[in-house]
Design a protein around this ligand. Sequence first.
Ligand SMILES: NC(=O)c1ccc[n+]([C@@H]2O[C@H](COP(=O)([O-])OP(=O)(O)OC[C@H]3O[C@@H](n4cnc5c(N)ncnc54)[C@H](OP(=O)(O)O)[C@@H]3O)[C@@H](O)[C@H]2O)c1
Length: 333
Amino acid sequence: MTGDTTTRGGQMHARTTMDAVVLERFGGPDELRYVEGIPAPTLPSGHVLIEVLAAGVNPVDARTRRGEGVARSVGAPPLVLGWDVAGIVRQRGYGARLEEGDLVMGMLAFPLRAGCYATLVIGRARELARVPDGLPPSVAAGLPLAGLTALQALREDAKLRAGQRVGIVGAGGVVGQLATQLARLAGAEVVAVARPHHHARLRELGAAEVLAPGSLAAALAGELHGALDVVVELTGGPLGTLALAGLAAGGTALWLAADATEEERHLAAELEARLVEPDGAGVAELAALVCEGRLRIPLAGELPLAQAAEAHRRLEAGTARGKLVLVPTPAGP
Ligand SMILES: NC(=O)c1ccc[n+]([C@@H]2O[C@H](COP(=O)([O-])OP(=O)(O)OC[C@H]3O[C@@H](n4cnc5c(N)ncnc54)[C@H](OP(=O)(O)O)[C@@H]3O)[C@@H](O)[C@H]2O)c1
């Protein structure tokens, strides 16, 4: 990263270059190209320029790369993917409520363009939280999008209360594991549906009942029939449709991996597809829980930013097993 700034009419103009993973056109992982020395975005009022220490990789990144996901919201390539960031505030736009040198984390601008797969990115103070002492950047960058998804679904959409029962379908993934823990912290009882290799972990995280996909139908025909106050769907497949038999009358079903089908809407009156929204205060709350040891995020590891294509291959092959984080190579002296 190189650069300097000028101030004109109250607006700060960043004159910098950055390295970034550029998506030249929608398609496979090989369309992600690491490019050095491209112009950094200019810094609007109320925003800060962040030096990226780590950028989280989410399933929506890969979908958007393929021209699906939120491709319509980000617009036509060339573009830089990535919404999750941890980094250092290097410049402050006019009126921004953060200081240069602040270590920050957040989910930026989603579902519009953000561009966290880069060495520099622009964010709004309200989307960001200060990284608590002791939280490594790679953990901080892995948390926002997945954590906010779980938090907003359970608290704001489902209004989950202590004593309620929540079914989490696809509970073994990053959002599912976070949702399992947040539901437990809210005093709810979790019925987790996940493949068997996730069961021990989900029990450890507090799930009261853990079901393999193949056992769900039998459970729904028995004690689970109409017994769930909330169903959270994270697989985008037919398992969610099946789980609706567990929804209690007046219960809430939240479809997070894909929009609901006509059949599913017919099966449950209170069924909504939901998209996560940026929220710095929510990120701060999640980060505090992690620091207190009350929330654990499954981390798959770090890769250099230049290997974003490899991160997408692992994500799409299902071999990542947790949250992957991209880390720029530190600038030389
Ligand atoms: N609406 C929103 O705003 C929003 C925000 C964040 C994420 N999402 C979506 O939510 C989903 C989960 O996100 P994530 O980050 O948690 O992804 P993830 O870590 O890849 O987790 C997905 C999980 O779904 C499980 N799964 C898929 N099909 C399954 C099946 N038939 N039976 C049992 N388990 C199944 C996978 O199981 P295995 O591990 O066994 O393969 C995996 O554990 C993704 O589709 C993502 O795009 C939506």
